[in-house]
Structure formats: C-alpha cells, structure tokens
Write a protein that binds this ligand. Structure first.
Ligand code: EPZ
Length: 412
C-alpha cells in the first residue's frame, strides 16, 4: 500500500468522554469523534436518559440538562463494554444508578471488582442484581483509593465517581493510558480539578460544579497502530496523519526491530517496508508498554517474518482465539499457555475467516492484505465497533478490499 491516510478520533477516549458530558450543567461540544457503532450506541443510550444530542461530521453536541433517568437501557448497554461508565455519572446526578453489567469482546473474564472497589471506597453502595450494577449512596466523599491493578475501566469509573464526591480523592496504581489523560483533560475543561492523569497517582478535588465545554478527543491509538502494521505487512510506503507519535512508541520500536522504516514528527508517522521482516518477540503490557489491543494485529504481521517469534499476552487470559483463523490462511502458530509461537512462512493463502472480536477482526484484515488470493472476513459488525471506514481508508492506500453483503469484508 502507498499513500496518505488520516486517523479518526479515539474510540476508548470517546466512550469515556461522552458519558462524562452528562455531568455538565450546560451543553458540551465534543469534536473529532469517530463515527463507529460504540459511539452510535452511546448516543441512543444518552437520548434514552433524556439528553438532547446532535452528531454530524465527527462533532457531537450534548445537552445534558434534561437527563431525568438513572436506569440505563438493558438492551443497548449489552452492546458495548463501556456502558458501565454511566454508573458513576448517574450516581453523581441522582445518588443512584442502575446499569447492566458490561458486555464487550470475548477475550477473558473481564471482572469489574476494581470498579466496585473504587466506587465503594468513595461512599457508594454497589450491588449486582439481575445482571445489573445497582448503585446508591447517602453521600460521596473523597478518599484514598488503592487499585489492586492498573485497570483502565476502574480508573475511568473512579475518576468519574471522584469528580462528584465532596473532598479530595487520590487514586493509587491508576492506569496511564492516553484515554485516561484525555478524560481528565476533558473534565478539567469543564471545571474539574484533576492532576496526575497519565501517572499512577491521580488526584481529584471533587464536588466542583462542572460546566459545558468544547473539546476534541485524541486520535485513536489502536487504529494508528493497526494502520502502521497494515503498511508494514504490505511492503508499502504510507504516511499516517492526525496521529500522536508518542502514543505509538512501543509499537514503533518493535517495527524498527523487525526492519521496518519508521519516522515521525508532530502529528504524522511514516512507515516504509520492503516486505523483508525480522522475527521478534512481543510481550503485552499496560501503557506505555506494548498495547494488548495490538497483540492480534502484530501476530498477523509476524506470520510472514523470517524466523520464529514469541507473542506473550499478559493482560487477558483468552486473547488467542483468532489464531485458529490465521491457521486457516496457512499461518504456523502454536499457543502454549499465554504465549503464541509464530514460525514465519513464505506466504499466506486467502480463505474465508471469521472475526471473533474487534481486534481479531483487525488481525484478519491484515492477514487478508498479506494473503495471496481472496480472503473473506465475516464478523464485520465487530470491526465496525472500533474502526471508522477502515475499508475505505485501506482502499485509498491501494489495497484491494471491499465490503460484501452486510457483515463481510473481502480482501483480494
Ligand atoms: C479497556 O478495557 C479497553 N476498552 C480495552 O480495549 C483494552 O484492551 C483494555 O482497557 C486494556 O488496555 C475500553 O477502553 C472501552 P482493564 P477494560 O480494566 O477497561 C483485569 C478494545 O479492543 N481486571 O484494564 O475492560 C481484566 O480481566 C478493547 O478497544 C480485573 O481483574 O480493561 C483484564 O484481564 C478490548 N479486575 C485486565 O485486568 C477489574 O476490576 C485489563 O482490564 C478490572 C480489570
């Protein structure tokens, strides 16, 4: 592939920032939002709760002043994981909330014990009833919170709880992902006082009145990485614009190790590859380590590297289901415990494959770009949850890819 492509706004930033807008006492304008299924579901959910929303060309206007429900709709909530971010928001508005337990990709157990720990430490009573989080409080007060692990979701939920609690909260062992920083920056633009986001200690001065604001979400770190890997996989020369290179350092370093040319400045990343790739070892870690959400895409790239690579997944206990599908394309991969051993092969051969989750879908698309012949990926609905216009973006770079029927995409 050759040419220039721009990155959309960040899914995992958007799904935290949009619910947070309900805490404002006046309308918010959120820019650079991706037009993806998760954002569309959130719009339906917030409108159900009484918010008035317009969303055109990536810009959303949210008027939260008429929100009058504390129960999130079950059917909608099941369609995306981040719907449980509404629990601390509705608790802050109504001192009670009822939100279905989160759904999301089938990549492991994905418990929410740390979210419950954060909210209860600040004064919430949290019960799990009828498949929902039933939350209530007689008053929320700032406190010291110690997360047992740097959970992204628990950090988001504890920050959203702390901003409406009276007094100061310190969140220790907090997640440091870019979307945590983006949420804190958005809340601060609304009048919150949050310091330390992006480090493992976040301090919140809670109980402040939050007003509407205008804010642009950061570019999507995982879409940026997926496009970088796709460019390397096809032996291309691709300029990715509208990115934040510092968010991509773990992947850039790995691609350089593989012999891919990577250079970046300001808001763009240049990828060039001659298709000769060195085998490397990858181990997923919390940010700023190698992102678990890029584990599946880079494994597709490693299927044609020269030599044997090891990919170790340390975040989720079941994030290698897609390997079966890569084998159908001729990949040589063995999974032992939490490590995939990838023996590079000369080429992959196209075949019908299935996306088992969002990032597995990205992995299938990259493998399809590599494979000789036609690869048909079903499960496009997963992919569209997190990638805006991915087929159009890849086609604009010269890839032969098109959507067929409702839930399939074809690479040839
Ligand atoms: C967020 O999920 C992302 N989703 C995930 O991206 C991402 O993979 C993950 O963070 C890690 O970076 C959104 O932001 C909407 P975690 P989240 O809580 O918050 C365990 C994608 O493809 N854990 O950091 O659910 C948990 O089981 C998605 O965009 C507990 O044990 O991730 C998991 O093994 C997939 N107890 C690990 O920690 C808890 O209370 C990471 O979970 C919470 C988590």
């Amino acid at each position: 592939m050759c040419g220039e492509v721009s990155v959309s706004g960040g899914k995992n930033a958007a799904v935290a920032i949009i619910p947070a807008a309900l805490l404002a006492n006046s309308p918010c304008t959120i820019e650079n939002l991706p037009d993806i299924e998760d954002v569309r579901v959130l719009i339906e959910m917030l409108e159900y709760l009484g918010a008035e929303i317009t969303f055109t060309d990536g810009t959303m206007c949210v008027d939260p002043t008429k929100v009058d429900k504390y129960k999130a709709p079950y059917e909608l909530s099941r369609r995306m994981r981040a719907s449980y971010y509404l629990a601390p928001v509705l608790l802050g508005l109504f001192s009670r909330a009822e939100v279905p337990l989160p759904g999301g990709c089938d990549i492991g157990a994905r418990p929410i014990d740390q979210t419950i720990k954060g909210m209860t430490t600040l004064g919430a009573d949290v019960r799990i009833e009828r498949g929902s989080m039933v939350v209530s409080t007689d008053g929320m007060y700032g406190a010291e919170v110690y997360l047992d692990l740097p959970s992204v979701g628990a950090t988001v939920n504890t920050v959203l709880t702390a901003v409406t609690a009276r007094g100061n909260t310190t969140i220790n062992n907090a997640a440091k992902e870019p979307h945590i920083v983006d949420l804190a920056n958005f809340l601060n633009s609304m009048g919150a006082r949050i310091k330390g986001a992006g480090t493992d200690v976040i301090r919140v001065a809670g109980g402040r009145e939050l007003h509407g604001s205008t804010y642009a979400v950061i570019p999507d770190q995982i879409e940026t990485g997926t496009l970088m890997i796709a460019a390397a996989a096809t032996g291309g020369d691709v300029l990715i614009t509208g990115a934040i290179p510092t968010h991509m350092e773990a992947l850039s370093a790995k691609l350089l190790e593989m012999g891919v040319y990577v250079s970046d400045d300001d808001d763009r990343i240049h990828i060039r590859s001659d298709g000769n790739l060195r085998a490397v070892n990858v181990k997923t870690q919390v940010y700023p380590g190698f992102p678990t959400d890029l584990q599946q895409p880079i494994t597709s790239l490693l299927t044609i590297a020269n030599g044997s690579s090891m990919v170790t997944e340390t975040i989720y206990e079941a994030r290698f289901k897609y390997v079966e599908e890569l084998r159908r394309l001729g990949a040589s991969i063995r999974v032992i415990d939490h490590t995939a051993i990838v023996e590079g092969v000369d080429r992959l051969i196209g075949a019908p494959v299935t996306a088992t989750d969002l990032r597995a879908g990205a992995s299938m698309i990259i493998a399809g770009l590599i494979a000789d012949g036609v690869t048909e990926v079903s499960g496009l609905n997963y992919i569209l949850r997190g990638y805006e216009d991915i087929d159009r973006k890849l086609r604009s770079l010269g890839a032969k890819v098109e959507r067929v029927v409702s839930d399939r995409v074809l690479m040839y």
